[in-house]
Design a protein around this ligand. Sequence first.
Ligand SMILES: [Zn+2]
Length: 443
Amino acid sequence: MLITHARVATLGSEPQLVEDGAVLIRGETIAEIGTTMELTTRHPREERWDAEGQLVMPAAICGHTHFYGAFARGMAVPGEPPTNFPQILERLWWRLDKVLTLEDVRYSALVCLVDAIRHGTTTLIDHHASPNAIEGSLDVIAEAVEQAGLRASLCYEVTDRDGSERARAGIDENVRFARSQPATRNSQLAASFGLHASLTLSDETLADCVAAASELGVGFHIHVAEDVADQEDSLRKSGKRVVHRLQEAGVLGSKTIAVHCVHVDEGEIEVLARTGTWVTHQPRSNMNNGVGVAPVEEMMWAGVRVSLGNDGFSNNMFSEMKAAYLVHKLARRDPRAMPGDRVMRLAYDNNAQLARVFWPDLVLAQLAPGAAADLVFLDYHPTTPLTVGNLPWHLLFGFEASMVTGTVCAGRVLMRDRQLLTLDEEAITARSRELAAQMWRRI
Ligand SMILES: [Zn+2]
């Protein structure tokens, strides 16, 4: 397929903006980038998709999400409003996840996948919990991901909060799913080993997880120091701060994702950098939960690999980028904090590197020969000059999710002219409304 008449923003290490550009896709990868004139001359008989002057750029990646949370939208939390983060967990998330059935898990994932396609996010790293429907839950999500045509890494959040039997079931689900993944590297699916957070895990369970994961060759995916409560709990349990506790347990490393890291000190940042552990930043979630602002720039300066997730907020990564751009300026009272190009680095370059933990051969977040054919069409026609250099600020101040009209993942068209081609949005919405209403009643 040959995409023609696009403003092609390639991103990558040598970013270009090709006016009246064209992108040739062969199978799952990009074969050539050039002007429309050049590529139509070279490939006259190729099937064409006229972008009509739209911006075509790499699709977005989400470093941390929770497909299971979709049915929380608009739901009133029963009882008094939570006053702190542990209460948010107890009153909202730990009530919600307990009532999920496997069908809820499926539709909750489908709702998020529709949202991801609509917003041009094609690679997602999910963290799943459904304590009363653990076994097989990752298969149900995997089926939805394959149906959508997207790419996702899945895991189950092991925790002790629901008793030792369910902790064991969580471990088994991670092991079962990871073993079921074929060795082929260009699969849409991948696995990691999920852990909820230090504050819901005993030393014994942590040791069981590390032992189980070592045979699989996968890293961990765990919330770290999201709230100060995680640090207080860790100091009580072990006399150590969270990052040190996890390091000694054998959880950290270059395949592990430490989600949030809002309350980490200098010593912990040094350990994260030294172990090559990934950190994901979710500013919308941090603001919503009132937990604080992660020291993202300090981590980046110290050599920590930081990427961007959404923690179950909409899969509109443009919104997450905007939040990241704004919150650090406010927190530091310095308009120079977290400039636009740094936000782009988090969201594209670093997220693409993170994705290679799961898909080592994939080149994502850039349009170049050999890169994955993951791209979005944006109906964006700015009234000011658009250049390679100022693209980040167009993205932060001009782009809106409603401008996404087309989404391609691994060369497969998932949305064209705002029409979804792989998922039946109307049917998913109708069934989700029924299931969500029933779920709310159970809560
Ligand atoms: Zn999370």
